[in-house]
Design a protein around this ligand. Structure first.
Ligand code: NDP
Ligand code: OXD
Length: 315
């Protein structure tokens, strides 16, 4: 049986190795960087943020599984072999990112940052609170995760719209698509949630010009940004400028152009910014590993991999 290479570059590396090994059913696992062995025996690679060039050194590679949803790092490898590439699109990950989105949309909607500040000053001061049904939330990216998050927000009663590259139909969600639909989507959106992948078309899309198109005078009392897509989509200096001029009233950022975010970044101490360390949706290796190994076994029997990446589309 051909071997599987595991190249997970991150804090969960050991856990991935252990749970993939526990589900390997006799298939040999090779672990980057210390135990790759003779690359000629390897047919499958399970990767996350693996060094570029690693895959091109495996002469008999048959398929690659990206151990995360975002595939920008994998596709940025100029020598990624011409084999099927698949990624995580799993209910476990989707549910976790949806939790994050709901938490932070509600945080802005319910003005929790303001009440936190008041608590530190022992100030008992209620403020007007609109109902969810008066507030317009817009979700950029209506894929596996964005569509799920949009539906959850709609169930909470928000007026939810979504924007995608191609037309989408989601019950309870007003949908827009393409460049032609973007301005109308922004003009009705008060709380903007970004769940787009990083592609050449989406890089730096979250900039000052875009923020100025949001609906600032609605029931939410300002426009807010929640970005859990990719850091390269946002221009940090434009977020700070938008907050300074009142175009944005607050922002939640899980992702950054440079990760980890530099200790020098003014975003850390900005009173209107909430920061999390790119963990809106860590996938559980325990949950996903059986699925990875089952995919490989099915592929060996001639079945296509699920959740294939379209390398020309970029996601
Ligand atoms: P999908 O590939 O399922 O969906 C991508 C969505 O983005 C689709 O609706 C697609 O449109 C839309 N899209 C892509 N390009 C454009 C464009 N140029 N204009 C408008 N819409 C566009 O991805 P997932 O939902 O699984 O994940 C989305 C992203 O979330 C990942 O790529 C990753 O970067 C990020 N992520 C972040 C995590 C975190 O911890 N912060 C965890 C998991 C994911 P269409 O429907 O027309 O194809
Ligand atoms: C991601 C992930 O793409 O954690 O960020 O899956």
């Amino acid at each position: 049986m051909s071997a599987v290479l595991v190249a997970f570059n991150g804090p969960q590396a050991r856990e991935w190795h252990e749970v993939l090994a526990a589900n390997a059913k006799g298939r040999e696992l090779r672990v980057w960087p210390d135990a790759v062995g003779d690359a000629v025996d390897i047919a499958y690679a399970c990767v996350w943020l693996a060094p570029h060039g690693l895959l091109a050194r495996i002469p008999k590679l048959k398929a690659v599984i990206n151990l995360g949803a975002g595939v920008d790092h994998l596709l940025a490898d100029p020598n990624v072999p011409d084999v099927p590439l698949a990624r995580v699109a799993h209910p476990d990950l989707t549910a976790r990112v949806t939790e994050y989105v709901v938490l932070h949309v509600l945080m802005h909607h319910r003005r929790q940052r303001l009440y936190d500040t008041q608590q530190r000053g022992r100030i008992w001061q209620p403020h007007d609170q609109p109902a969810a049904g008066e507030v317009a939330v817009g979700v950029m990216g209506l894929g596996a995760i964005g569509s799920h998050a949009a539906e959850a927000l709609a169930r909470l009663g928000f007026q939810v719209a979504g924007w995608s590259r191609t037309p989408r139909d989601i019950p309870g969600v007003e949908t827009f698509h393409g460049d032609a639909g973007l301005d109308r989507f922004l003009a009705r959106t008060e709380i903007l949630v970004c769940l787009l992948p990083r592609t050449p078309d989406t890089e730096r899309i979250l900039n000052l010009a875009l923020f100025r198109k949001l609906h600032r005078n609605g029931a939410a009392g300002g426009a807010y940004l929640v970005n859990a897509g990719r850091g390269a989509l946002q221009v940090d200096a434009d977020i700070i400028a938008a907050l300074a001029e009142g175009t944005l009233a607050g922002a939640t950022l899980d992702v950054f152009p440079q990760e980890p975010l530099s200790a020098e970044s003014p975003l850390w101490s900005h009173p209107k910014v909430t920061i999390t360390p790119h963990n809106a949706g860590d996938i559980s290796p325990r949950v996903f590993a059986p699925h990875v190994m089952a995919q490989i076994e099915a592929f060996e029997r001639g079945r296509p991999l699920e959740n294939l990446i379209d390398r020309h589309r970029g996601y």
